[in-house]
Design a protein around this ligand. Structure first.
Ligand SMILES: Nc1ncnc2c1ncn2[C@@H]1O[C@H](COP(=O)(O)OP(=O)(O)OP(=O)(O)O)[C@@H](O)[C@H]1O
Ligand SMILES: [Mg+2]
Length: 250
């Protein structure tokens, strides 16, 4: 169970009220994988932080089974600079697993993101994309019941991104965590989501079921169709620049 019930989060920014999230009612079924899309500033990270319990709602409710463990990949890697790669991945497991189990979880997670060889490197010695993969490994190593991912692949090149998208789907199919994946990339949302939640200005404005088998291909006409119709809804609004760019691409 993972649910927002009329959840709002309002901020006061220099005397101006910002409704980062406004009355969102959304259920994320256990074992499902949901993608959340929307333009910058529409409240995606806020929604994820509420689901993670890192931010309290200003009003409304967040329901999460108390026994469920949560793994989060933040929009930035957030590694501890004084710990090497393996120790960063192991950090959340400390005290929860035996040393042997911890080592096995760390090894498996580093292999999944192809970073076994840099396990003794310090964060400062990594590229941005490598650091982000360590952050992904850190979340995967926890084998959480709920996996919350905030733009996890946006710092990666197209090849690495594609292979990590496949890793995510493989892990989800094997272990069935409840996954919520925030992304700017509508194609990625359609490739990875059983459903896609569309957000605009603090509101959920749509939810589309993507009833296609995994793994999905970006060139599949059904994927292309979904992508096009989600994009048309999200940029079909008031912004003349994005509207012009979008119509130029048709
Ligand atoms: N801690 C905060 N204090 C004040 N305002 C905040 C805070 N966090 C978010 N906001 C505001 O809430 C709104 C939504 O922010 P949020 O980070 O959720 O957007 P986002 O959809 O994740 O954007 P992006 O795609 O750029 O990451 C923005 O207007 C932002 O300025
Ligand atoms: Mg964000």
């Amino acid at each position: 169970m993972l649910e927002l019930i009329d959840a709002s989060r309002h901020y006061d920014v220099a005397g101006r009220a910002v409704r980062a999230l406004d009355g969102v009612r959304e259920l994320f079924p256990a074992g499902s994988i949901t993608a959340v899309v929307g333009r910058s500033g529409c409240g995606k990270t806020t929604l994820l932080r509420l689901l993670a319990g890192l931010t309290e709602p200003s009003s409304g409710e967040v329901r999460r089974a108390p026994s469920h463990s949560v793994g989060v990949v933040f929009q930035e890697a957030r590694l501890m600079p004084w710990l090497d790669v393996a120790a960063n991945v192991a950090f959340p497991l400390k005290g929860r697993l035996s040393d042997a189990d911890m080592a096995a979880h760390v090894d498996e997670a580093l292999a999944l993101v192809s970073l076994t060889e840099v396990r003794r490197a310090l964060p400062v010695q990594l590229s941005g994309g490598m650091a982000q993969r360590v952050a992904i490994a850190r979340a995967l190593a926890q084998q959480p019941d709920i996996l919350l991912l905030d733009e996890p692949f946006s710092a990666l090149d197209a090849f690495t991104r594609r292979s990590l998208q496949r890793v995510l789907i493989d892990i989800w199919r094997a272990r069935r965590p409840t996954v919520v994946l925030v992304t700017h990339d509508v194609e990625e949302a359609v490739l990875l989501g059983e459903s896609v939640v569309e957000m605009e200005a603090g509101h959920v404005v749509g939810r589309v079921t993507i009833d296609l088998p995994f793994p999905r291909e970006a060139t599949d006409p059904a994927v292309v169709d979904h992508r096009r119709s989600i994009l048309a809804r999200l940029v079909g609004g008031t912004d003349p620049v994005t509207q012009a760019i979008h119509s130029g691409r048709k």
